[in-house]
Write a protein that binds this ligand. Structure first.
Ligand SMILES: Nc1nc2c(ncn2[C@@H]2O[C@H](COP(=O)(O)OP(=O)(O)OP(=O)(O)O)[C@@H](O)[C@H]2O)c(=O)[nH]1
Ligand SMILES: [Mg+2]
Ligand SMILES: [Zn+2]
Length: 305
């Protein structure tokens, strides 16, 4: 489909606004883009073919094939976060205390989408830090990169940790509400407010919580390093996942799943299960195993009508 529009300009979706989008052209200028037809299925990070339809507006004719797409899927609806990203930063905080289930779900979705992920724990200036650190120990143990930040209390230290890791990459910042995602963006991108533009500032007036996903350049001239701010999530459905794949998307379970007696072991009650053996030996964290069971139950439950 895209080939038909190959002569049109390539643009980048930097923000969604209900039924229209903000599109950035190859010179860095931003336009209001209207998708052709009723169905608007663009996502921030999409490359689109578009044609100008006015001085600062255009028509989006086609979406280029995506390298990846991070999304969640509840029983009835799908919510896309972003497309074509290089890496994901899941930002949790000492306060509000994070839901480990939500953290696991974000990691599983990223694993399925093939997106490299780092966890960052923010607000490590607060007293609950040690407890939060302990809750993240299983993630370090399974080989994940876990950063510790204090974006507000120690901005210089946090910036020094983040900058090399973010360099020349397109990073989506995801996490529950109030963890400091926007604080991170504002720390690294001093002109972030200007990049949002007047439309969005007016829409968000008087509120601090982020309501739409937004693409920011750390380097507006070279446009190599990008950060994507996103609204805090509460629910994180994984209905896109095949239940049999689920344990393979959890690295700590996966490491023991091929020791099971039955090739189609669900790791719940079968004899000779390598995963439950590892659990008993303390090689898999009880909370991760519990969350696995909860997600599996959801994925195998009959649809509610
Ligand atoms: N104590 C402490 N507070 C912080 C730190 N970083 C951010 N905060 C505070 O946390 C609150 C939430 O920060 P935001 O950056 O708005 O959080 P967010 O993740 O963008 O939230 P949503 O947009 O609702 O998803 C603000 O009041 C920040 O000042 C930190 O390092 N320490
Ligand atoms: Mg925010
Ligand atoms: Zn098993």
């Amino acid at each position: 489909m895209a080939a038909k529009f190959g002569n049109l300009d390539l643009g980048l979706i930097v923000r969604g606004h209900g039924r229209h989008y903000i599109v950035e052209d190859s010179d860095g200028r931003r336009f209001v883009g209207h998708p052709r037809g009723k169905k608007s299925d663009c996502v921030v990070g999409d490359q689109v073919r578009w044609a100008p339809s006015g001085s600062d507006e255009g028509v989006i004719e086609a979406v280029e094939p995506r390298r990846n797409l991070l999304y969640r899927q509840d029983e009835w609806k799908t919510k896309s976060f972003a497309a074509n990203i290089d890496q994901l930063l899941v930002l949790v905080a000492v306060e509000p205390v994070f839901s480990e289930s939500q953290l696991c779900r974000a990691l599983i979705a990223a694993e399925q989408a093939g997106i490299a992920t780092t966890i960052a724990l923010n607000k490590t200036d607060l007293p609950g830090t040690e407890a939060a650190r302990e809750r993240l120990a299983p993630y370090r143990a399974m080989g994940m990169n876990v950063m510790e930040l204090a974006l507000k209390a120690d901005p210089a230290g946090s910036r020094a940790l983040l900058q090399p890791w973010l360099n020349a990459k397109r990073t989506l910042v995801l996490g529950p509400s109030g963890t400091g995602k926007s604080t991170l963006i504002n720390l690294l991108i001093p002109d972030a407010k200007a990049q949002v533009g007047d439309i969005s500032v007016a829409l968000n007036s008087g509120r601090h919580t982020t309501t739409t996903t937004q693409w920011y350049w750390m380097d507006v001239d070279t446009r190599e390093t990008a950060l994507i701010d996103s609204p805090g999530f509460q629910e994180f459905g994984l209905h896109q996942i095949d239940p049999q794949q689920l344990p393979l998307l959890m690295p700590d379970l996966r490491a023991h799943a091929d020791h099971c007696k039955f090739y189609n072991c669900t790791h719940r009650h079968e004899p000779g299960c390598g995963v439950r053996e590892a659990l008993e030996q303390g090689l898999i964290s009880p909370s991760r195993y519990r969350i696995y069971g909860e997600i599996l139950e959801q994925l195998t439950a009959p649809k509610r009508w």
